[in-house]
Design a protein around this ligand. Structure first.
Ligand code: XIL
Length: 360
């Protein structure tokens, strides 16, 4: 407790110093400011870039306390052929993380998306028993692998990702629906398998569009409530939060986060970005974006259960948005040359303002 107070005091002095105000580069990195509020700060990273681009790697080492592999921990990367596992790329991230004292959010074990499924899974239909065997094996072998190589870094897993569609219905077009189409039954199985493989690791359910009231939020809330009631080992909920160009209704999001927190779940903001229309003019667009970033960071600091703020990429050069959402882009807080945008500075301000509120 005393150590935490001293850190806060040191930070307050640094931030109050007039010298520091003009020399922003020398002010504490975002991870330090966020840590003083009990929050991990980080981003999805591309392992290829970490080893290719020294400036990219330097930023990761300097500003983040946690990273999420954007691709390399997904089934497509890890299980290229049936019965064959390949952790080569994944372990390069573990090596980097261990060397630089970074935590890793394991992402993700169960995802229906074709981008995450190996070709051999798409080639033919599997029976229910086969699917159960394949999924249980994948979950348990992957978790056990990182329990060994990633000890001290891989601290949590997004066990299941996006099992509901945008209307809050269990995805019946998912290959995994061959196991069961009952969401409670499905998640009970996969979270128990995950827990069995590593009883100490924190297990998350990760989802998009649950931050606003509606059918999707209700479906996820009801399901997770049932899981907690049945004492299924689930510890947290990941709010992806791919946003922009419209702004968020913050009071509604706050109420929703509190509802999940009241179930005893930790909250991680897992994939935040705020996309701008290509036609939007600067500097207004960047200012609007900066406010969106800082409002969400501030919201996280005001909710006790909110323990991580991670973005989906941190440079406009590498962001997934322009490829997947035509007409939108510039969604991160560094520009294409890795120079800080207004959102970088607004994040700093958000994490350094006041102390973490004790309200729940
Ligand atoms: C995306 C990556 O950014 C792409 O590079 C990859 O090809 C497909 O997946 N929600 C998620 C992430 O949970 O895993 C997705 O990442 C973005 C949407």
């Amino acid at each position: 407790m005393q150590k935490r107070l001293l850190t806060l005091l040191a930070l307050a002095l640094l931030l109050a110093s007039p010298v520091m105000e003009s020399a922003t580069a020398a002010s504490p990195p975002i991870k330090t400011l966020a840590k003083a509020r009990g929050i991990l700060f980080g981003s999805a990273v591309e392992i290829r870039e970490l080893y290719r681009d020294a400036a990219y790697a330097k930023f990761v080492r300097g500003e983040f306390s946690v990273v999420t592999p954007e691709y390399e921990f997904k089934m497509k990367a890890i299980a290229p052929a049936r019965g064959k596992l390949d952790f080569k790329d994944a372990d390069r991230l573990v090596t980097f993380a261990l060397k630089n004292r970074l935590l890793i959010r394991g992402h993700t074990l169960v995802w229906h998306n074709p981008d995450a499924l190996p070709e051999w899974m798409k080639e033919r239909k599997f029976t229910r028993e086969e699917l159960r065997g394949i999924l249980k094996n994948h979950i348990q072998r992957t978790i056990k692998h990182f329990r060994k190589t990633g000890r001290g870094s891989v601290f949590c897993w997004d066990v299941a990702n996006e099992i509901f569609d945008s209307d809050g219905r269990f995805r019946t077009d998912s290959v995994w629906a061959g196991i069961t189409t009952n969401p409670v039954e499905f998640l009970t199985l996969v979270f128990r398998w995950a827990h069995e493989a590593d009883p100490k690791i924190k297990l998350f359910y990760n989802e998009y569009d649950i931050e606003s009231p509606g059918k999707k939020f209700e479906a996820v809330y009801k399901t997770l409530q049932a899981l907690r009631k049945a004492r299924v080992p689930i510890h947290g909920i990941g709010f992806q939060m791919h946003h922009g160009p419209d702004r968020l209704n913050l009071p509604a999001t706050r109420a929703i986060m509190k509802k999940f927190a009241a179930l005893g779940l930790t909250i991680h903001i897992t994939e935040y970005d705020f996309a701008l229309r290509d036609s939007e003019r600067l500097p207004d667009a960047f200012e609007r974006q900066a406010s969106a970033y800082s409002e969400l960071a501030t919201l996280c600091t005001s909710i006790k259960a909110c323990k991580a703020f991670t973005t989906w990429g941190f440079t406009d050069r590498d962001s997934w948005i322009p490829e997947t959402k035509p007409g939108l882009g510039r969604a991160t807080f560094l520009d294409g040359n890795l120079a800080p945008k207004p959102a970088y500075y607004s994040l700093k301000r958000a994490f350094s303002a006041g102390f973490k509120s004790q309200s729940k």
